[in-house]
Design a protein around this ligand. Structure first.
Ligand SMILES: *[C@@H]1O[C@H](CO)[C@@H](O)[C@H](O)[C@H]1NC(C)=O
Ligand SMILES: *[C@@H]1O[C@H](CO)[C@@H](O)[C@H](O)[C@H]1NC(C)=O
Ligand SMILES: *[C@@H]1O[C@H](CO)[C@@H](O)[C@H](O)[C@H]1NC(C)=O
Ligand SMILES: *[C@@H]1O[C@H](CO)[C@@H](O)[C@H](O)[C@H]1NC(C)=O
Ligand SMILES: CC(=O)N[C@H]1CO[C@H](CO)[C@@H](O)[C@@H]1O
Length: 397
């Protein structure tokens, strides 16, 4: 018995040593790797784009390898000029970020649509008037809800935000804003679905209004061409590189047939498939998305479609794990982008170059995606004394 147990302990010891050495090796490898690679030599701008990162140390290591690359402290000046604070709730609700993470982790295990839903929510919130949780407001007499405006039809996950918020209210009532909940939850769900982890500032406050008309006007559509797309993203301060990296959000979730069916059957009213789509992909997608439904609801007017999204067929974009992002760019390079806008990334030289760069270099992509998400999360935030802290995210307090 005793010998048996000693052998067993030795095996365990060897195993731990092996794991430790593997980890150390990986760690060293990554540190040696070009952490801040040169831009693709055909990219347009070469000036300030590739400065090393200066971001604060993360509160917890979800992706230690990614984080080890950039644990330098935020520059003092950056910090002072920033409207938000790092770890804003450290005194008022120290468990806030941990609670968000725990709930998101739990939800992620039971519902695979959590990450895509939260990513879409944060994009729709931040892109419209800023990250102020305006997208979460229900319609009422005073609120012309963004939920009602056309692009919101694909939005889900409001219930996820409510669940997280109610947990926070139990711990520290009236302290954590819905805008912060959304940003933190999106950040954690990206990491859980194989994307990079990135630190976010907190201290946002919630809007007292929604902006449904603005939502209709400024949100990009799946039918936008590249010039319109770049114009839309530039209006929110995103350059070509950032625009291309944000599109990696399309590497998870389900894309409904109604958003791309015209490309399979009647592109640009030609009765032909979209010539920019890989001809081998067309029959494959046709088996998922039948023509019949499109006859009764022309694709050029998506708003006349059947809104019952639960029954609406779609394509699962399950490029998760280590392939988050890079696999998506590979698909585009092969003409296998699902949406017209996805494939349009190849229609301009600058964006096409970034697609190539990200397909080839996962590390470059992860860094840029993290930076762009951080930028998105900080768009036009409300801070005290403006805005408010809602008790229920769907209602003005
Ligand atoms: C980029 O650099 C590589 C290696 O230096 C070279 O082979 C390639 O032709 C360059 N591409 C362009 C577009 O300049
Ligand atoms: C890129 O860098 C080179 C050398 O530093 C410089 O001469 C050139 O003007 C830069 N190009 C752009 C677009 O900034
Ligand atoms: C892109 O779309 C816009 C709006 O639909 C249109 O005005 C523009 O001509 C299009 N550009 C190209 C290059 O097709
Ligand atoms: C759509 O068809 C029209 C007329 O045939 C043509 O002028 C236009 O360039 C086409 N647009 C696209 C995006 O192919
Ligand atoms: C489900 C839903 O909210 N649908 C609305 C989406 O937006 C359109 C147009 O703004 C409305 O007509 C729908 O009722």
């Amino acid at each position: 018995m005793a010998i048996c147990s000693r052998i067993w302990n030795f095996v365990i010891f060897l195993l731990s040593l092996y794991i430790y050495l593997e980890f150390a090796k990986q760690h060293k490898l990554v540190m040696k790797e070009k952490l801040f690679p040169e831009p693709p030599n055909n990219s347009r701008d070469n000036s300030s784009e590739f400065r090393p990162l200066k971001i604060p140390p993360p509160p917890f290591p979800i992706r230690p390898i990614f984080l080890s690359a950039k644990s330098q402290l935020l520059e003092e000046t950056d910090h002072l000029s920033h409207p938000l604070d790092y770890d804003f709730y450290r005194h008022s609700c120290p468990k806030a970020e941990r609670i968000v993470r725990t709930v998101v982790q739990h939800l992620h295990r039971v519902r695979p649509d959590v990450a895509p839903a939260l990513l879409r929510l944060i994009f729709h919130d931040c892109f419209v008037q800023g990250c102020d949780a305006s997208v979460l407001l229900d319609p009422s007499d005073e609120i012309d809800s963004e939920k009602e405006s056309l692009p919101n039809l694909t939005l889900r996950g409001f219930d996820l935000i409510d669940i997280i918020k109610s947990k926070l209210e139990e711990e520290c009532p009236g302290i954590v804003s819905c805008a912060d909940v959304l940003v933190l939850a999106a950040r954690d769900s990206v990491a859980l679905s194989g994307g990079p982890f990135y630190p976010v500032y907190t201290g946002r406050r919630d809007s007292v209004a929604a902006y449904s008309n603005l939502a209709r006007d400024v949100l990009p559509s799946p039918h936008d061409n590249i010039s319109l797309l770049l114009h839309t993203f530039a209006s929110r301060g995103f350059d070509e590189k950032e625009t291309v990296s944000l599109f990696a959000a399309h590497s998870i979730g389900v894309i409904r047939c109604k958003f791309f069916k015209d490309r399979l059957y009647d592109f640009n009213r030609s009765q032909e498939p979209d010539p920019s789509m890989d001809p081998e992909l067309v029959p494959l997608l046709r088996t998922k998305c039948h023509k019949r439904r499109s006859v009764s609801s022309p694709e050029s007017q998506p708003c006349s479609c059947d809104f019952s999204t639960e029954e609406e067929p779609g394509i699962l974009m399950n490029h998760e794990g280590s392939a988050f992002g890079t696999q998506y760019y590979h698909s585009i390079l092969q003409g296998r982008g699902i949406l017209y806008t996805d494939q349009q990334l190849m229609a301009a030289e600058a964006t096409g170059n970034w697609v190539r760069a990200y397909a080839a270099d996962a590390f470059l992509f992860r860094r840029d995606f993290a930076l762009t998400m951080m930028k998105l999360s900080d768009l036009r935030v409300l801070t005290a004394p403006t805005g408010q802290i809602r008790f229920s995210c769907s209602k003005v307090a």
